[in-house]
Design a protein around this ligand. Structure first.
Ligand SMILES: C[S@@+](CC[C@H](N)C(=O)[O-])C[C@H]1O[C@@H](n2cnc3c(N)ncnc32)[C@H](O)[C@@H]1O
Length: 326
């Protein structure tokens, strides 16, 4: 099946009833043979990886461009700035962001050693990297010092659950998103620093039970209807992409978009992605003591949403009296 036929067939699946879509999508995936390169999400990020190809899609570059513009303006005239990044991926955000003579520190929170190496390649000599090699939810005691800005792009959805209470109801220990965001508020509070959060607009967190129709529909809307079609549009139209990059983008459509629907049926603790939709992220940021200054989609498919926020003075980090939702 060539790429135009695949795109057409996928558009037709979108026109079916909800109950017809799963079988039609299975048939389409079977007619579209698995590309040779398979990689689990978030396992490797270097040159030639699927993540490297992902970071060059129009969906991803729009996120980096928006964040770079905000960070560049915010860090201007702040010698020896400190920026905390949670989840660095291949470090693409930092490519070309700084002037050669800029000075400061990036505190990178990411469990993978490879990610530290990849981020450091994009930093000029005056910008030092402090890599805290651990999952963010394990860092309740971390004190990063005065923080000018914090960026958490496509990472917080790895933390399951609205808060620790909801996690407990699903048999999980430890902090949920609310507690992690409240830490961000605490780190940003002394300086009134700026926070950036990028996440897809899709509700697939713990409150949606495995096998539920709502979960399946939401995964379809996000990973297939918006994400797969956006990557297919790049394959069809981006003249700067060579055959090898197009092949890796096709592997992403197969393995990272279509295959995501399988997560609708696994136990909730194994889902790997626990996204929220825009209304819920806004509610959560407010509950964590943040004022959202600006938010909006970064792509025309309305997949990824960006939240620009700062801690509310004195309220930051306080969980008291905040409603549990999600
Ligand atoms: C999808 S990538 C996003 C990378 C980058 N921020 C971007 O926008 O392209 C997720 C990153 O978060 C890291 N990560 C996954 N779980 C994490 C956790 N619990 N705490 C901190 N980082 C995590 C992964 O190692 C990976 O670098």
């Amino acid at each position: 099946m060539d790429i135009e036929a695949l795109n057409q067939a996928l558009t037709e699946v979108g026109g079916l009833t909800r109950s017809e879509q799963p079988a039609a999508l299975d048939a389409l995936q079977a007619a579209f043979p698995a590309p040779p390169q398979r990689e689990e999400w978030n396992t490797t990020f270097g040159a030639g990886s699927l993540y490297d190809a992902w970071s060059r899609t129009s969906l991803a570059t729009a996120i980096y461009d928006a964040n770079r513009t905000t960070l560049r303006a915010h860090l201007q005239g702040r010698p020896d700035f400190v920026v905390v990044e949670i989840g660095g991926g291949n470090g693409h955000l930092w490519e070309g962001l700084f002037d050669a003579d800029q000075t400061g520190t990036i505190v990178l929170i990411d469990p993978l050693a490879e990610v530290g190496e990849l981020v450091s390649r994009h930093l000029p000599p005056g910008v030092r990297l402090r890599h805290v090699q651990a999952p963010v939810e394990s860092l309740g005691d971390l004190d990063p010092g005065p923080v000018d800005a914090l960026v958490c792009s496509l990472c917080l959805h790895h933390v399951a659950g609205w808060d620790s209470a909801q996690r407990r109801r699903h048999g999980l220990e430890g902090p949920g998103k609310l507690e992690v965001l409240s830490r961000f508020a605490r780190w940003l509070s002394p300086t009134g620093g700026l926070g950036l959060l990028n996440e897809a607009d899709i509700h697939c967190d713990l409150s949606l039970e495995p096998g539920s129709i709502a979960l399946r529909n939401n995964l379809f809307d996000s990973y297939v209807w918006r994400c797969a079609r956006a990557v297919l549009a790049d394959i069809r139209t981006r003249e700067d992409a060579d055959e090898e990059l197009r092949a890796r983008w096709l592997a992403i459509v197969h393995a990272w978009c279509f295959d995501q629907l399988r997560y609708a049926d696994v136990p909730a603790s194994e889902r790997d992605i626990y996204e929220l939709d825009v209304g819920r992220w806004l509610q959560l940021l407010e509950a964590a003591g943040m004022r959202v200054r600006e938010h909006g989609f970064t792509d025309p498919w309305h997949l990824f949403h960006r939240y620009v926020f700062e801690p509310v003075p004195s309220a930051a980090g306080s969980l008291a009296g905040k409603p549990v939702s999600g």
